[in-house]
Design a protein around this ligand. Structure first.
Ligand SMILES: Nc1ccn([C@@H]2O[C@H](COP(=O)(O)OP(=O)(O)OP(=O)(O)O)[C@@H](O)[C@H]2O)c(=O)n1
Ligand SMILES: O=C(CO)[C@H](O)[C@H](O)COP(=O)(O)O
Length: 386
């Protein structure tokens, strides 16, 4: 959405999507639709792919914007204007990322014409059209992926309630003047949030990526292969992780609990899992966890990271044997990468000396934190040592 006039709304936050949650719908069930102009070529980006189709964490940018709008349950229809040559690309995106309530129209040669084509589709009321005529249309650039529901609500409500003030006409955008001059429509300027910025240059794609990475790293689930025991080395690691990851929500417990509660953990938008294997050098627990994640389809929208943590205790298992087992991580990681699950291994040295053990655990916690925050695909299938 544009950062301004009523009837034009800014882009929504690409938070992982519980669809339809959030603020209440506009008063008296206002019929709201959205038009996303996505017919530009992205000249300033300087790459052959139009910026709306450029990938951020392997997913096209426009998919994040669609996700932000479609999770707002009171937006009944979303019309996207795309060029004829990109129509199939757009259809594939809708199918792959399971977008809902989205219709496509052909873009025009200018942004305003692309918007106009979207508005016509909503206004036409054709008998075979699945679109219903709305009272308010939110116009939102396809390349503004971060828009919150409360901002959309403010814009939709303002479009319904407000007239155009002298202040807005004096200091508002050109669009306000145009609306009044040509449509005799009174407009209201709604202050946007800093999140409403537009992806314009290549560096903006990196900025968008780091914002998304930060958002999906806010919740971590730690799975243990043993029962709860305060003195357990896994719990010491958990405490260290909690120290490293200030403000991050940590859910922990044995896999049997996580298994039971996994649906809830997924609903809570957890994209980071640490599987702590103290009892064995096998990957059985990690495999079970990965299978559950595969079944959940959690990784359709965002990469899910799984860190399989093991301990190097020379006393209990022969080193060669342990390493042989652990190297299986490569194959397993390759297999699950196809499903957008990023699997890495971490071997933590487990000395008898208490102080040295604390050092190892601290280093382990730092490596885990970095892997979660960075989600760097170079580490997939690697067995790191702390
Ligand atoms: N004929 C056009 C031109 C632009 N847009 C859309 O309008 C939004 C904002 O425009 P802008 O940032 O200027 O995009 P581009 O025109 O693609 O970029 P550039 O100006 O760098 O070429 C984008 O979502 C873009 O796809 C559109 O739907 N139809
Ligand atoms: O970045 C944009 C287009 O490139 C903005 O979205 C645009 O400037 C807002 O325009 P309008 O006044 O037409 O709503």
């Amino acid at each position: 959405m544009d950062p301004g006039p009523a009837g034009a709304a800014g882009p929504a936050e690409p938070g992982p999507g519980v669809r339809g949650a959030g603020p209440a719908a506009p008063a008296s069930s206002l019929a709201v639709a959205a038009v996303l102009p996505a017919g530009g070529s992205g000249e300033r980006m300087g790459v052959p792919t139009p910026k709306q189709f450029c990938r951020v964490l392997e997913r096209p940018l426009i998919s994040y914007t669609l996700q932000a709008l479609e999770r707002v349950c009171w937006i009944k229809d979303i019309v996207v204007s795309v060029t004829r040559e990109n129509m199939e690309v757009m259809k594939d995106i809708i199918q792959k990322y399971q977008h809902e309530r989205v219709s496509l129209v052909e873009a025009g040669v200018t942004r305003h014409r692309s918007i106009f084509n979207g508005l016509k589709a909503l206004a036409e009321d054709q008998p075979d059209s699945k679109l219903s005529k709305p009272e308010v249309v939110i116009i939102h650039d396809a390349v503004r992926p971060f828009v919150e529901e409360d901002m959309l609500l403010k814009v939709a409500t303002a479009a319904k309630e407000h007239g155009c003030s002298d202040y807005d006409l004096e200091f508002g955008t050109e669009c306000l003047q145009l609306a009044l001059k040509y449509c005799h429509v009174k407009a209201k300027l709604v202050e946007g949030s800093p999140d409403l910025w537009k992806v314009t240059y290549k560096r903006d794609l990196y900025a968008a990526e780091s914002i998304i990475k930060e958002r999906i790293s806010q919740h971590i689930c730690i799975v243990m292969d043993t029962k709860e025991d305060e003195e357990h080395v896994g719990h010491h690691l958990e405490e260290m992780l909690k120290n490293e990851l200030n403000h991050v929500k940590v859910t922990s417990g044995p896999l049997c609990h996580a298994g039971r509660d996994l649906q809830q953990i997924i609903l809570e938008q957890c994209y980071s899992f640490v599987c702590v294997n103290v009892m064995t050098s096998e990957f059985e627990e990690t495999k079970k966890l990965v299978n559950m994640l595969k079944e959940s389809h959690l990784s359709v929208l965002y990469p899910v990271i799984v860190i399989s943590v093991h301990f190097l205790d020379y006393k209990s298992v022969h080193f060669d044997h342990k390493m042989e087992n652990l190297m299986q991580i490569r194959e397993l990681a390759k297999e699950v990468k196809e499903r957008n699950i990023l699997l890495c291994g971490l071997l933590i040295y487990y000395p008898q000396d208490e102080r040295k053990l604390q050092d190892s655990l601290r280093q382990g916690a730092t490596v885990i934190t970095t892997l979660i925050k960075e989600r760097n695909s170079a580490f997939i299938g690697q067995l790191l040592v702390a």
